[in-house]
Ligand binder design. Structure first.
Ligand code: ZN
Ligand code: ZN
Length: 88
């Protein structure tokens, strides 16, 4: 029983380390990224609740949880680089 638990623990730790190494989004300087690490485009109307999912590992199982962020709080993109969406 103890060996099984140890193997499970090793698997969790190595998976954690591998996940840390491979999934590290580096936002560009000045990019419109919220404090939840999702870009402005993932937020409703560019400032509302976040629509993105967070990938999490629960007991070794990958699950997607909707981002709890309710308000975009990152920088506003510069006007010359931002084309507003035309609403019908
Ligand atoms: Zn988010
Ligand atoms: Zn956010």
């Amino acid at each position: 029983m103890i060996e099984g638990a140890a193997i499970l623990l090793v698997g969790l730790v190595t998976g954690y380390l591998a996940g840390r190494r491979s999934r590290r989004p580096e936002p560009l300087t000045g990019a419109a990224v919220c404090s939840c690490h999702h870009p402005r485009g993932q937020h409703l109307d560019g400032k509302g609740p976040c629509q993105a999912d967070n990938k999490q590992s629960v007991n070794g199982v990958q699950v997607f949880l909707s981002c709890p962020c309710q308000l975009y709080d990152g920088p506003e993109p510069l006007p010359q680089f931002y084309a507003p969406e035309i609403q019908p």
